[in-house]
Ligand binder design. Structure first.
Ligand SMILES: Cc1ncc(COP(=O)(O)O)c(C=O)c1O
Length: 449
């Protein structure tokens, strides 16, 4: 069966995520037949370079043989077992290894990123309640934050396109300025922006700490905000302020964990340890849904009691799924065996050099880079720029999903020089078309989420 058949069937039967389905009357859905390494192949044989790692989950390329082999092996032993009252080798080993890597024991598992956010928010609130401070019910998040789409997660998310509609269902939390280094004024450094944002946070804490359970941040890069990057100094300041004002620090490394920012976890770059660390996406290399919240001994101890209701009575049916945990163990093996962090440093420098000419173009602002993420803003953006750029890049065999007027690349770590050049050339050709008044714009002013 060819693309049009699958497209028609998918439109009829599948309610696609993050999508106004009516748009697919004109915007084709790409039916993917198979994927290998960095390439997706559709049913007509067209190939697309997956420059967004399939929504930031894929680390080492599609079909990575070692992860595949681990899952197949696990499939013959144990696919899944209830984790309440039972345990199994992959979940124990994964928890031990994550604790050794982060200094945070006590891994609590869920399935997607948003469910990890929910767990961290609930745990933080419940911790304070167990300590006799039930009034600590609110959370602080950053301007332009994104922590997922479930009701709790959405209440600490500041992307109006996603959250506005549901405001009546959401808790009223507090928001503080982002340390986004693009906000630097003339003569200011990223560090200056970080300290200003931290001062604003301190003002809020000084007034409201008594009712605040936690501050939640996306360390170093606010992904959905359009890859807003910021100085690690902000994280150090948040850690200091969280301690001073007795609130938790939740690090949402769902998107930035597992090497994305150049270290295994982004918090390492600030030399801090959060009270809760949320992980997902890359944790299984993009093979299976799994998320995890790691917490400190202090947090864990506050729940450990004879009283059942002081325990954390949260659950998901697939919590600690054995196949997913085994995939995650294979991911950690690859980091160790291939010395991925070091290898990525070289890749990252090479890709930055290949992309450098883009940064010199007129109309390109804030070319930025952190580890294995690159982004730039197109200014002034035409209405519908994101969608138009997306479609034009698809025609050139590249999958990119601009966020508003921000173009970003977040490829799997198996990206090679030829792939990088292909991406850079395709992006450059799209920008050429736009500069020369070509037909880049489609008649839709809606940003690609
Ligand atoms: C920082 C961050 N937190 C949470 C989430 C939600 O993860 P999921 O889509 O798996 O629910 C995302 C997803 O993009 C994210 O980037």
């Amino acid at each position: 069966m060819s693309n049009p058949n699958w497209l028609a069937r998918s439109r009829a039967a599948v309610w696609h995520p993050c999508t106004q389905m009516k748009r697919h009357e004109t915007l084709p859905i790409i039916p993917v037949r198979e994927a290998s390494g960095i390439w997706l192949t559709d049913f007509d044989g067209n190939r697309y370079l997956d420059a967004v790692s399939s929504w930031w989950v894929n680390l080492f390329g599609h079909g990575e043989p070692r992860i595949k082999a681990a899952i197949k092996d696990q499939l013959d032993r144990l696919e899944h077992v209830i984790l309440a009252g039972f345990t199994h080798a992959p979940v124990v080993e994964l928890s031990e290894r994550l604790a050794a890597l982060t200094g945070l024991g006590h891994a609590f598992y869920a399935s997607d990123g948003a469910s990890a956010t929910e767990v961290a928010l609930k745990m933080s609130f419940h911790y304070w309640r167990n300590l006799g401070k039930p009034e600590k019910t609110r959370f602080i998040s950053l301007d332009n934050s994104y922590h997922g789409e479930t009701a709790g997660a959405l209440s600490v998310t500041d992307v109006p396109l996603f959250s506005e509609t549901y405001q009546p269902l959401l808790r009223r939390n507090l928001r503080v300025p982002s340390p986004d280094s693009r906000l630097a004024g003339p003569g200011e450094t990223a560090g200056d922006v970080a300290f200003k944002a931290a001062a604003a946070l301190e003002n809020v804490l000084a007034k409201h700490a008594g009712e605040i359970a936690a501050i939640i941040v996306e360390p170093l890069v606010q992904g959905a905000a359009g890859m807003a990057m910021y100085s690690p100094l902000y994280l150090s300041e948040v850690r200091r302020l969280a301690d001073t004002y007795q609130v938790h620090l939740i690090a949402d490394e769902i998107a930035v964990g597992f090497g994305r920012t150049g270290t295994l976890f982004a918090c390492e770059q600030a030399g801090i340890r959060p009270d809760f660390l949320c992980l997902s996406k890359g944790i299984t290399g993009g093979f299976l849904p799994l998320s995890c919240v790691l917490s400190t001994d202090t947090v864990y101890a506050a729940f450990y009691d004879d009283d059942v209701t002081r325990g954390f009575l949260h659950s998901h049916s697939y919590t600690g799924n054995a196949l997913a945990c085994r995939a995650a163990l294979a991911v950690l093996d690859i980091f160790r065996d291939d010395d991925v962090i070091v290898a990525n440093r070289q890749r990252s420098a090479e890709f930055s050099a290949i992309l450098a000419p883009l940064a010199e173009r007129p109309g390109i602002r804030h070319f930025r880079h952190q580890g294995m993420i690159w982004a730039f803003d197109v200014d002034p953006a035409q209405a519908g720029f994101g969608m138009a750029f997306f479609r034009n890049m698809l025609d050139k065999g590249c999958l990119v999903r601009p966020i508003g007027n921000t173009v970003y690349f977040m490829p799997p770590y198996c990206i090679e020089t030829t792939h990088m050049k292909h991406l850079a050339d395709a992006a450059s050709a799209c920008l050429d078309t736009m500069e020369h008044g070509g037909d880049l714009a489609v008649n839709e002013g809606i940003a690609l989420p």
